[in-house]
Design a protein. Structure first.
Lengths: 99, 475
């Protein structure tokens, strides 16, 4: 294994522990926002998509790169916006009449 | 120091914000801020990436992609109804999985274009990113279709299904091994592009085959699992690109998805393997063959909204048990109005939330929060169960299997052992339900035959609305 891969493996293992530690403290009330918030975070794949978007010359490579960026961005933007919308409802507000 | 050397620093900051963002979710008061911190970190990472030399020629493609994807994501996120949240999350999740798979394909093609034999570690992680991402993409698409009602939410099963699904998985693994072997030996006999295409297609088909046999009631498990998959796919893509930020972010999500998957499976007293491959349909048939409810002389007591109103107005403690029927009928606002009325009469109202109420983890909490129900009135199963015996009325709205006492008492029942809300211990039970049709598990509920139980038939929103009218009249 190359040095890069070993470093990545360390990061991977440590992140597993951090992830379990942090997420186990989330109360069940917030499980849906947790899920959509985590959803937004894996949208970081957009960075990967940007890095390889122009890796392959030619129309097919361009189309695949474009699609990767589209999907990644939709994931990021949609995920964060929807989570924000949801969390706004958990703010304690004085009675506001809906409907 | 050039700008490019700052990119890893920006990524480090982003990784920290993601951890802080998840940490913020441990309390409703810090959650909004946490989510925004993570979003800011994401923005920093994306801006930093623009300065990478890998981006050079791709700028127009990237900008166009961000514009299209951003608009689609923003629009979808703004218009989605809270009841439709599970399918929206499935959709965004699938998008992430698809993106990870595409990144893997492009990275593979780039490796191949160099002419050098690809590194073993890179080949393996790239393949994993491709396969897991593709499974998550197509699996999420099917989950979306089921939740949206585009395809039947029922479990889709046929003879020899597990063999076929297993065969697809085996073929994927074999082709992957061929590709990895080619990478090790450096002797490529088959066109690697062809192999990659075949693996991609197989993985996509596997994703469909994996989710199709899973019924609507098991969706909280499936959504959590697919979420974990995409996280893992992104982490693998991070290995491939030697990008630690992707590794950290993907792994965090993988961990959160795994935890939720375990919690949801536990809440249904089923192993993950049982949810994925177990024949819930077959178990249902066996359950139906058991002692048929209603044949033993006990009968159902049906009441009208006025009786329900009287019962409620004489109560001291009321526990509302909301289920998916409430979500479907969009009755959360009516329920809130009812609770307000009862509280104005000095009656104590609490909500009992089963972990799998709704179609994704914590879904019911979001729906009630949307109707401005204060979250400190929502109680977990473990917190509220001891209180049912002190409750004068348990008001069950559109919930079924999670209240079925057979889960405690009848070892022959397919849901036996599933943790349930002890609704039957309340002094009086009012069940609002459209009809006597069984719930998702397809089994009869003994609770409805309990002498303490009164059935109020009707659409959840209508029925609750009528009870509210009656209560107002009496006041």
């Amino acid at each position: 294994m190359s040095g890069d891969a070993i470093v990545a493996a360390y990061v991977f293992i440590l992140a597993i522990f951090v992830g379990f530690e942090v997420v186990s403290k989330v109360p069940s009330t917030l499980h849906t926002p947790l899920m959509s918030g985590a959803n937004a975070i894996h949208g970081i794949v957009i960075v990967g998509a940007m890095l390889v978007a122009s890796a392959i010359p030619g129309p097919l490579g361009t189309i695949l790169g474009f699609l990767a960026v589209v999907l990644g961005t939709a994931n990021v933007v949609g995920g964060f916006v929807v989570t924000d919308r949801m969390l706004a409802m958990f703010k304690q507000r004085p009675t506001r009449k809906t409907e | 120091m050039t700008v490019a050397t700052l990119i890893p620093v920006a990524y480090l900051i982003a990784a920290i914000t993601f951890i802080l963002g998840l940490k913020g979710l441990s309390s409703p008061t810090t959650a909004v801020q946490g989510n925004r911190i993570a979003a800011a970190g994401m923005l920093i990472a994306v801006i930093a990436t623009f300065f990478s030399q890998d981006v050079n020629g791709g700028l127009p493609v990237i900008l166009a992609g961000i514009l299209v994807g951003g608009a689609a994501g923003f629009y979808g996120a703004r218009v989605v109804k809270m009841t439709a949240m599970p399918q929206m999350v499935a959709l965004f999740n699938g998008a992430g999985g698809g993106a990870a798979a595409l990144v893997a394909i492009l990275e593979f093609a780039r490796e191949l274009a160099t002419g050098r034999p690809p590194d073993l570690g890179v080949s393996v992680t790239t393949l994993l990113a491709l396969i897991i991402g593709a499974v998550s993409f197509s699996g999420s698409a099917v989950a979306f279709g089921k939740l949206q009602g585009l395809i039947t939410p029922k479990a889709f099963r046929y003879a020899g299904q597990q063999l076929v699904t297993g065969g697809i998985a085996a073929a994927t693994v074999v082709l992957s091994l061929v590709l990895v072997a080619a990478a090790i030996t450096g002797t490529i006999t088959v066109d690697p592009i062809l192999l990659i295409a075949a693996i991609t297609i197989l993985a996509l088909v596997f994703g469909v085959a994996l989710v199709m046999p899973i019924g609507g009631a098991d969706m909280p498990v499936v959504i959590s699992l697919l979420n974990a998959y995409t996280g893992l796919a992104v982490a693998m893509a991070g290995f491939t690109l030697a990008n630690q930020l992707l590794v950290v972010a993907g792994t965090l999500v993988g961990a959160s998805g795994t935890i939720l998957t375990r919690l949801m499976s536990k809440a249904m007293n089923r192993s993950l393997a049982n949810v994925l491959f177990g024949a819930f349909g077959a178990a249902t048939a066996a359950g139906a063959a058991g002692p048929a409810a209603g044949d033993d002389g006990r009968s159902i007591r049906s009441i009208g909204p006025e009786d329900a109103a009287i019962l409620l107005s004489y109560a001291q403690n009321v526990i509302v048990v909301p289920g998916y029927g409430l979500a479907v009928a969009q009755a959360q606002h009516s329920v809130r109005e009812l609770a307000d009325l009862l509280e104005s009469k000095g009656i104590n109202v609490k909500y009992a939330i089963h972990p799998v109420a709704g179609r994704m983890p914590g879904h019911m909490n979001v729906l009630l929060a949307e109707a401005n129900v204060p979250y400190d009135k929502l109680f977990d199963m473990d917190q509220i169960n001891p209180e049912f015996q002190r409750a004068d009325v348990a008001l069950v709205i559109g919930a079924n299997d999670v209240t079925n006492p057979a889960a405690r008492s009848n070892p022959g029942s397919p849901i036996y052992g599933m943790p349930i809300l002890d609704v039957d211990k309340a002094q009086n039970i009012i069940v609002i339900k459209r009809s006597m049709k069984p719930g998702f598990a397809g089994i009869d509920n003994d609770l409805y035959l309990d002498p303490k139980t009164a059935m109020l038939f009707g659409d959840a929103k209508d029925a609750v609305g009528k009870v509210v009218q009656e209560l107002k009249k009496a006041a």
